[in-house]
Write a protein that binds this ligand. Structure first.
Ligand SMILES: C[N+](C)(C)CCCC[C@H](N)C(=O)O
Ligand SMILES: O=C(O)CCC(=O)C(=O)O
Ligand SMILES: [Fe+2]
Length: 392
């Protein structure tokens, strides 16, 4: 269906020609020089065809471009027609999620047809975490499960981790201490995207329960009830470090760090929570007049994320893994005694999003958000009426 009154600019249209001469059919990369387009380019002719718009340009050899209506609909910027698609909604949650936490079986996820894998990733996209039940309680099966999403992200802690409280690595995760709700890797410029945990065993002691908190839910409450605190957490950068390994000293670039609540600079939407009070470095860039207000703000934040309404405590069991969106959901654990063996891995955010996009292309083609692969020839038959009005 042709979008009505969509306006585009000549230079924009020419730059986005998707014919095989301008857009590599295999690599999906632009293969012509944008800067050869004359600033005042105008078409020689424009034709509204049933499945899209055909434009003839006065290039050296008159160049014909074709823009499927659906492609123009997806990419219209004036007006932006698809900015906030209702599809793929995130569902914020508090402690009541314990009634029916998102979960899927290992068998479904590992199935050849990848439908289960897609369902698992949709769970993570919607809720920021998902359990996987029926996982063989071995590091090998857990690693294989992680790799269904994408390659594992290696860090100073290794690739696939299998750890206990033996300080094998210089971090309190390798102790029996309680860990408050946090996101990992605040000392990296780009914290890992997903974090997968699978408790393999816990003997001779109790404790070590897992805590999950939806940082997006907590931020929405803070914004509503304590806007000043929300503003400070959205603007004051927080430095962090990982300095427990002799041969590693990580701090983010810029070293001043990033705000606790990171927002999309175009849409203003919350896009990342970065919070780990234990890994936070010296706050040496606070201005004197902000110090007390900032501490009040993080106190309010802490009160929100440690409230009974926000905290979801769950005792992991061998056989049930949990994967967490480390840009949204915080995790923690209670102190414990005895021998506790946990394994898991980090997956990069881009690897996770890529797998979700590829599976969406396959299982939900009409809802695919990414336009990267839509090129000329993706003609979709539409009921052709030339109601098209573009300023060409
Ligand atoms: C590798 N493993 C996940 C076991 C723990 C790594 C240490 C986590 C670190 N304190 C942070 O919050 O990033
Ligand atoms: O031991 C746990 O349950 C999790 C510890 C932790 O926060 C981590 O490994 O990142
Ligand atoms: Fe952690």
């Amino acid at each position: 269906m042709e979008p009505e009154n969509v306006v585009t600019h000549n230079i924009w249209l020419r730059d986005h020609c998707r014919c095989p001469k301008c857009f590599h059919a295999v690599t999906k990369q632009r293969i012509f020089n944008t800067f050869d387009i004359p600033r005042d380019i105008a078409p020689m002719s424009v034709n509204a065809k049933p499945s899209g718009l055909e434009v003839v340009w006065p290039d050296k050899v008159s160049h014909v471009s074709f823009y499927p209506w659906t492609w123009l609909q997806e990419n219209s910027y004036d007006p932006p027609l698809n900015q906030h698609k209702p599809y793929n909604e995130k569902i914020l949650w508090g402690s009541k999620i314990q009634k029916s936490p998102p979960t899927i079986t290992y068998e479904e996820v590992m199935a050849e047809d990848q439908q289960g894998l897609y369902k698992w990733l949709l769970n993570i996209h919607k809720f920021g975490f998902s359990f996987v039940s029926g996982v063989p309680a071995t590091p090998e099966a857990t690693e294989e499960l992680a790799k269904k999403i994408g390659f594992i992200r290696e860090t100073q802690y290794g690739k696939f981790w299998d750890f206990t409280a033996d300080l094998a690595k210089g971090d309190t995760a390798y102790t029996t201490l309680a860990l408050g709700a946090h996101t990992d890797n605040t000392y990296f410029s780009d914290p890992c995207g997903l974090q997968l945990f699978h408790l393999l065993s816990h003997t001779d002691g109790t404790g070590g329960a897992t805590l999950l908190v939806d940082g997006f839910y907590a931020a929405s409450i803070l914004k509503e009830l304590h806007p000043e605190a929300h503003h400070l957490l959205s603007t004051i950068p927080v430095p962090a470090h990982a300095a427990g390994e002799q041969d590693a000293l990580y701090t983010p670039s810029p070293q001043t760090g990033y705000p606790v609540l990171g927002h999309n600079t175009v849409t203003g939407e919350l896009r990342q929570v970065r919070w780990n009070n234990d890994d936070r470095s010296v706050m040496k860039d606070l201005s004197a007049d902000v110090v007390e207000k900032w501490y009040d703000a993080i106190r309010q934040w802490n009160k929100t994320i440690t409230s009974s309404d926000s905290e979801y405590w769950v005792q992991l069991q061998p056989g049930t893994a949990v994967v967490i969106d480390n840009h949204r959901v915080m995790h923690g654990r209670s102190a414990f005694e005895g021998k506790r063996r946990m394994c898991g891995a980090y997956i990069g955010m881009d690897e996770y999003k890529s797998k979700l996009a590829v599976l969406s292309e396959r299982f939900n083609p009409d809802k695919v958000v990414s336009q990267a692969r839509k090129g000329a020839g993706d003609e979709t038959v539409v009921n052709g009426r030339s109601i098209w009005n573009c300023a060409l």
